[in-house]
Design a protein around this ligand. Sequence first.
Ligand SMILES: Cc1cc2nc3c(=O)[nH]c(=O)nc-3n(C[C@H](O)[C@H](O)[C@H](O)COP(=O)(O)OP(=O)(O)OC[C@H]3O[C@@H](n4cnc5c(N)ncnc54)[C@H](O)[C@@H]3O)c2cc1C
Length: 476
Amino acid sequence: MSSTSISAEIIDRFTAIVGERYALRSEADLAPHLIENRGLYHGSSPLLLKPGSVGEVSAIMKLATETGTAIVPQTGNTGLVGGQTPREGKADIILSLERMNKIRDVDPVANVLIADGGAILAEVQKAAEAHGRLFPLSLGSEGSCRIGGNLSTNAGGTAVLAYGNMRQLCLGLEVVLPTGEIWDGLRRLKKDNTGYDLRDLFIGAEGTLGIITGAVLKLFPQPLGHQVAFAGLSSVEDALAFFNLASSLCGASLTGFELMPRFGVEITVRHIDGVRDPLETPHDWYVLIDISTSDSAETAERMMNAVLEQGFEAGLVQDAAIAASVAQQKALWHMRESMSDAQKPEGGSIKHDVSVPVSKVPDFMREAGEAVLAAMPGARICAFGHMGDGNIHYNISQPVGADKDAFIARWHEMNHIVHALVLAHGGSISAEHGIGQLKRDELASIRPAIEMELMRRIKRAFDPAGIMNPDKVVSL
Ligand SMILES: Cc1cc2nc3c(=O)[nH]c(=O)nc-3n(C[C@H](O)[C@H](O)[C@H](O)COP(=O)(O)OP(=O)(O)OC[C@H]3O[C@@H](n4cnc5c(N)ncnc54)[C@H](O)[C@@H]3O)c2cc1C
């Protein structure tokens, strides 16, 4: 779809579905929905619709198909690859699910929660907690991102190591198709081998196949024991050896293992209010270890002590601090989750969200460091992330005093250098943020032709009119 304008008559017909109050047209109302978190994309749109029911979503999609109008789903607008941003110079209509934000049901016996696609992630976590259960998806953006967006980006976050990403946390979906048909797949089954898995197609599709309006999510028992520690180490090799040690001692109780470089800790302490370095002396690398146990608080304490003791004995850990209270645990996680924001005051930052097999993390980090500094002497590397998943946010801050625009102009060149090494190690150029607009062309250039063709065929089967978030993920 490539229309650059929509007639007033069509806009009136869309408006009539949701009512004037929920059809935003003014520049001021639309402005926050036309940009995304990193300021990389700025789109245009004549109209934002806020339907209040699945029936209204269906009516919108029917009309969109009839009139050939492109629809861009947007929930929390926290996505990091421009998938939720309407295209520039086109007349895409934004569909927001922010009014469809209810928790429909919580069943602590079956360990499931059913939520609207517009339910805020933090509200889902709270609803689970109120029933003595845990919904484990946890992200820096959890106060504003919504379940429809989490599912559509197959979000990962800090607890993937133990609980998996959004794909593993969802049992069933309700989806409005581009034609307006409604698929009620809100099944609560753990076992269901009845043909093609349609649910898995919509998860991670970034709104290119349909609108997710509801989901059945998996709940878990609330852990009785929780320990968080922060350790200083001298190398990524030691961090990998320490991860293996912690994994074998804790098994499924190891819920987080996050890697951070000294530069990341330094800028987080410098720029984020209330963050302080928990260790007395600086170390080249740090890990945050998170352990949760279901039987007792004592088990978690015993495990954490054993992990650190053996880490010291093996010469892997140089220094460590265990959080002594819930507030201290939160402070350690806050430091890790603020690391992205802390890069902003340091000037331009070129980002990569990559994964390699865990065993390859040290080789990748060493080779990427050498290649980046050879291409751009003085670049400051802030490579941190979910080490236990092999997922590194390989961010590069501009050299001190460099011109920000000239630095950002080298975005693709640096991506090319880092992604070539990722691919050489059998990794992925998008571990958890998706493809959107940012990596669409690169995806097409690195994936086998047959894989791209299968994606195009799926897209055409679900969206024959090509109106569903066009030009995102895969171009037709
Ligand atoms: C500070 C911060 C930290 C983050 N940390 C992580 C992290 O640790 N792990 C991680 O995986 N991600 C992380 N993210 C990015 C993450 O993808 C988003 O935060 C979130 O999952 C997207 O949800 P949203 O509601 O904001 O979706 P949006 O940004 O509104 O949309 C994202 C995509 O989903 C589509 N979409 C949205 N709603 C629907 C729907 N109902 N039906 C169909 N398609 C839909 C959109 O078209 C778009 O393509 C982080 C982002 C920020 C800003």
